[in-house]
Design a protein around this ligand. Sequence first.
Ligand SMILES: Cc1cc2nc3c(=O)[nH]c(=O)nc-3n(C[C@H](O)[C@H](O)[C@H](O)COP(=O)(O)OP(=O)(O)OC[C@H]3O[C@@H](n4cnc5c(N)ncnc54)[C@H](O)[C@@H]3O)c2cc1C
Length: 397
Amino acid sequence: MDFSRVDLTADEQSFLDEIREFLATHVTDDVRRRDRETGDNFDEAVHLAMGAAGYLEREYRTEEQGGFDRVRRRLWELEKRRVHVPWVTWGTTSIVARSVENFGSPEIRDEVLSKVFSGHVRLCLGYTEPDGGSDIATCKTRAVRDGDDWVVNGSKMFTTGAHNCQYTFLITNTDPHAKKHKSLTMFLVPLDTPGIEIQPLWTVDGDRTNIVYYSDVRISDKYRLGEVNEGWTVLRGPLDTEHGVSAANSDGLEDVSILQHQGSYMATTVDKVAATVSTPDDAGRRRIDDGSVSYRLGRNVARVEASLSTPNMYGRVALAQAMRDVAPELMDILGPAAVLPIETAGAADDGASEYLFRWAPLCGIYGGTLEVFRNMIAQHALGLGRPSYAQTRAPAS
Ligand SMILES: Cc1cc2nc3c(=O)[nH]c(=O)nc-3n(C[C@H](O)[C@H](O)[C@H](O)COP(=O)(O)OP(=O)(O)OC[C@H]3O[C@@H](n4cnc5c(N)ncnc54)[C@H](O)[C@@H]3O)c2cc1C
């Protein structure tokens, strides 16, 4: 891996200046505060401004298609992360837009894509159901053909961003008698269709997600993506992206794994704790001079660095696990004031570790749980075979 610094050309430097100014203008303290209050991880004004400036389309497109080149893309990603741009809805939108491009009819592509790039259309993921999300092929939400339409009934858990989106990328079951991977059909469902009800759900870290109910929702066949009962073919690309299974380029201009955004928050939090314990109190004492504090802090810095440098699917597991391990240690190091949340008087590190502690469990759940990823690594990367959960019978006495 190459950790070297990239020397920017004059053009690249002026691009960096341009995006810094753009982000400073639009991603204000108010935006960040509102984002914490709503848990939306989306800000419409910021999103529309990015669309109007052409950044959404340039981020989405490859360099050959007129998008950012690799250096500009990296600068854009890192600057957005540095200023904490609310990101989740653009993340789901760009994943689904690729499926619309690859599998949608020309009519749907026209209806959706240009408005995705202007920011006016956003797309969310309707995979998980109340009965389970890890094995999404067990989908029970039914779509039944009725003339030129389909009628959808069912419910989806954790449809993040649905209340800020115009369409959901919905997995449906169109043949309950077929084998599970041959029973699925994908639709892009307009969220203003009668029969759809969106109910809010807040997670322990304050994120807003949704339960979405579908009752006799009638949608035209033009919203089908891919062939009937071939939904698994449509889903494969989006799932690979969300799982972070594709290998990153190792030249330093790309995240080496998914969840680096979360990892960078963890790294910043460790830095804040290091600064706090290195600052003398009124009596001139520094907590870092206590051997147990410096030992634990050092161990956690090493964990953070190792997880940030671990590539691909391994990196995803390393980061989510490190967040769970590091957050309680940081709170211990800081003492009782570490339980006070952000913007509370007296909070030890302005609530950074406390937030990390509440965020960490979620990062090992969404997009696939830590347990499922460990099994995938064992089975597909290490070739250890399928896990067996059968109960072993005690030998007869
Ligand atoms: C904040 C948040 C946002 C989310 N956003 C979205 C979204 O936008 N769209 C969407 O569709 N979903 C979303 N999800 C859902 C998420 O993808 C699922 O929660 C996740 O896939 C796990 O599914 P589940 O919660 O149904 O758990 P289950 O699948 O019911 O699993 C329960 C437990 O069993 C374990 N388990 C299950 N299968 C295995 C296995 N094969 N091997 C070992 N252990 C196993 C799991 O690790 C877990 O501990 C979101 C979740 C959260 C928390």
